[in-house]
Design a protein around this ligand. Sequence first.
Ligand code: NAD
Ligand code: MN
Length: 348
Amino acid sequence: RKSLKIGMIPADGIGREVLPGAKAAIQALGSSIPTTEFIDLQAGFECFQKTGTALPDETVEVLKNECDCALFGAVSSPSRKVFGYSSPIVALRKKMDLYANIRPVSSVAPIPNEQPTIDLVVVRENTECLYIKEETQTVGERGIETRATRLITEYASRRIGEMAFKIALTRPRKHVTIIHKSNVLSVTDGLFRETVRGVPTLPGMNGKYDGVTVAEQLVDSAVYRLFREPHIYDVMVAPNLYGDIISDAAAALVGSLGLVPSVNAGDSFVMGEPVHGSAPDIAGKDIANPLAAIRSAALMLRQFGYGNGAARIESAVDDVIREGRYLTPDLGGKSSTSEVVSQVVKRI
Ligand code: NAD
Ligand code: MN
């Protein structure tokens, strides 16, 4: 590969403030990765307000036809129904078939009174569950009635299951926990649970996952145990909604949502994205933590085989956190977004 074209979609709020940090970190790698070209692309709620669409066709076309990979900032999706608006990140994951959202959560800095180190990865199914957004509203005898469809397929459960087992193989503990609620939702979550469990015995696997141990946990008690004994988890694989929720919960355990990165991965495309949202409460103040976005850039590069470049970015981030001198307010520091970025860049 001679060059790497990266689509940059900052979108809204602090997405615009943290994505330049990710770009600066990649640029700091210099010639140790191929020449990178960054292509700025539109999406988000502001884009919707300006153009009438939250995800212009052009953005999807450029991603599909010109970009090798992408970085997404964060989008502001209103909680009320806005006619014609639909979340561009949910749509992008579907349109690019980015079926896995891989979210590593680990603590580097010694947190006071912290129990054993947290080092887990949430593998979230990214294309179905309640996020297919099939909601209806009718008026019945007792007033308004709403319904939502929750789609769980064998196909999607199997490929997210395979992804979880593959990731487990690369980790020291090689342990997968299946998160579900099949005591209540025996059909949908039952299918998810059984399909993921069955992955190692699928035809053609030939004992590939023999070293991987499997456990399962109901989602509510999984959150409880996550807070009580987070170190028991290694790879947590979950349907879309549970995966979304447990990864935010896990982020609290390492100190901030502003630390937790992710990649949206498909078989032919990868898009890095911090786990956090557009954080309207702190947007525009230059205090958003850029480390989640920077780590997302590293994850994206690793997925492409540039493990060395990724490791250089990651250890620069870890050093900044351990030193504790240049931290944003979410981690108890006084530094600005740009100050943290320049400290990371300096260490790369
Ligand atoms: P949020 O993640 O934006 O913020 C939650 C809390 O964490 C806030 O107090 C915020 O200040 C803090 N926080 C988040 N990221 C931070 C960072 N990098 N540095 C410092 N503090 C940080 O979640 P929310 O407030 O529930 O949602 C706000 C908006 O973001 C909503 O419109 C929601 O739809 C959207 N959202 C988008 C995505 C995405 O783009 N993938 C994900 C989640 C939420
Ligand atoms: Mn979320």
